[in-house]
Design a protein around this ligand. Structure first.
Ligand code: SF4
Length: 405
């Protein structure tokens, strides 16, 4: 864990509210949450409510979801913006709302259609949960997105962050958001000496954000905090000279901006080698399989395959996976394409082989149906990004006589 303490001169100004926790292997009873130890001073409160909002009014970026107070549209934007850059979300947001302009339209859509509109945006559980939640809004709330914390948090895929964002931006309800940007800003301004990823620290930071929030402009306040984190109080090299909170920021005062927030040291990212088969039948159609509903990339289609096991060649892994997953044997197996792809918590190298069905037919697992489709029909299905790159390569090489051999 990266742990820093403020130098003496700074510690004297404000006692450290988060003394380091002694390391122990034996489980310790949960500590009661103390009274909020980080009460803002009047000067800090003014800086957050006045200077920050003035800065926001002048510098906020224009975004389509900032031009509406429709809770459904704000909800869609907030779900898309989780783990995804603003620039990427813009196009998806427009296309998604064109297809599903109301919560009712989304509720009525087929799940495959929703996943297809989400294709490429990643974290597909977001789309599945959004779809399920829209159906509940129609069934239980007459198609109106609920406007209370309890009711909105009860919907699938809506946690404290999204609930606070929708309620504050659409209805000006005084609920502060706490995302990575807000965590960073508050950790720096108040020099929070605790691992910011822990539940305790998050509860303290949320309480602090709620104390600072301007109840007259709750939605703008939340967006201003996130905008400041995105544009000025960036993870590295924050632009303190342009920051409206500079005069009340303890980390800046100590010259230790980049030492906050305190976070655990990151683990090395695991890597897996994955073998997949592009299996053709006699009609030159390809075999695709749908992933189980739950879990990573749930409900998306893919070329069948799986992880290489110890001591196996990639070709053997491919043949074994096809046998285990679908009960088929493949002949003329030839390397087709290799690519690398990074997910949020691991990386893969995808080794694709092409081959011809020799013994079948495939047997579908209950929650993983398969289809035979022509290359031109692949665009009708939602695939993960790495598989989409294989499809692009298939299109590029389809004129090669060897592709179907
Ligand atoms: S002064 Fe610097 S470190 Fe402090 S909140 Fe502003 S940008 Fe962040």
């Amino acid at each position: 864990m990266t742990h820093t303490t403020l130098p003496q001169h700074a510690e004297h100004k404000t006692p450290n509210p988060y003394p380091p926790r002694p390391f122990s292997l034996s489980p310790s009873p949960p500590r009661p949450i103390p009274e909020l130890p980080l009460s803002p001073t009047d000067r800090q409160r003014t800086a957050f409510r006045q200077d920050l909002l003035d800065w926001y009014d002048e510098h906020k970026r224009s975004m389509p979801w900032r031009e509406t107070d429709d809770p459904y549209r704000i909800w869609v934007a907030e779900i898309m913006l989780q783990q995804t850059r603003v620039g990427t979300v813009r196009d998806y947001y427009h296309r998604f709302l064109e297809a599903f302009p109301t919560v009712g339209a989304l509720a009525d859509a087929e799940r495959d259609e929703v996943l297809k509109r989400w294709e490429g945006l990643g974290f597909y559980a977001r789309a599945r949960h959004l779809h399920e939640a829209a159906q509940r809004v129609v069934e239980e709330h007459d198609g109106t997105v609920p406007d209370t914390m309890d009711a909105i948090e009860d919907l699938k895929g809506i946690g404290p962050y999204t609930a606070a964002a929708v309620l504050s931006i659409a209805h000006q309800k005084p609920h502060a958001v706490l995302d990575g940007n807000v965590t960073r800003v508050l950790s720096r301004v108040f020099a929070v000496e605790e691992d910011a990823t822990t539940g305790t620290a998050q509860r303290h930071l949320r309480a602090l954000a709620n104390e600072l929030l301007d109840p007259k402009r709750a939605g703008d306040f939340n967006q201003a905090m996130m905008e400041l984190g995105a544009l000025v109080c960036t993870p590295s090299t924050p632009l303190c000279d342009r920051c409206p909170l500079q005069n009340v920021c303890r980390a800046h005062d100590a010259g230790m901006e980049e030492d906050y927030p305190i976070t655990p040291e990151s683990e090395p990212v695991p890597h897996h080698d994955i073998a997949v088969g592009l299996v053709f039948d006699d009609g030159d159609r390809l075999l695709i399989q749908r992933r189980p509903d739950e879990g990573l990339l749930g409900g998306l289609w893919e070329f069948p395959g799986g992880k290489q096991e110890e001591g196996e060649s990639m070709e053997t892994a491919c043949r074994r996976e096809l046998r285990e997953e679908l009960g088929i044997e493949v002949e003329e197996v030839t390397p087709f394409y290799t690519l690398s792809h990074a997910y949020s918590h691991f990386k893969i190298t995808l080794h694709a082989f092409r081959g011809r069905l020799a013994d079948g037919p495939p047997e579908a697992r209950e929650d993983q149906p398969f289809q035979w489709v022509g290359i031109d029909e692949l665009g009708d299905y939602a695939f993960p990004r790495a598989n989409r790159r294989l499809i692009e390569e298939l299109h590029r090489r389809r004129e090669e006589p060897s592709l179907f051999d």
